[in-house]
Design a protein around this ligand. Structure first.
Ligand code: ZN
Length: 107
């Protein structure tokens, strides 16, 4: 069955029904995905469980963090260390705001 412009067209034994393809979307780099194709969801799940996720664990973690929060792409380790100290001080003092002199870049 295919829906086109309000018309429902049924094509018996069509390619649409016969060739349902499941594509692996696990990131393998900053701009690439695995792309392996399977004819059943079970085969795709087996591929994910047995090899792909473990092999590309690092890319999955990096990719998802960068996509959700682009600020992490160019995170400065010095600023990171400074803000972690500020976080610990804030937890100790039980406050929720960063003082102006604690901001990264303040000099
Ligand atoms: Zn894969």
């Amino acid at each position: 069955m295919a829906l086109m412009g309000g018309l429902t067209i049924w094509v018996p034994g069509s390619a649409l029904e016969a060739e349902q393809v499941f594509v692996c979307r696990v990131p393998t780099g900053p701009r690439s995905v695995c792309g392996a194709r399977f004819t059943s969801q079970q085969a795709l799940m087996r591929h994910l469980r047995n090899e792909c996720v473990a092999r590309h664990e690092q890319e999955i973690r990096t990719g998802s963090l960068e996509q959700r929060m682009p600020v992490f792409q160019s995170w400065d380790p010095e600023i990171d260390a400074h803000m972690k100290k500020v976080r610990d001080r804030m937890l100790e003092e039980g406050r929720w705001t960063v003082k102006p002199n604690e901001r990264a870049g303040f000099s």
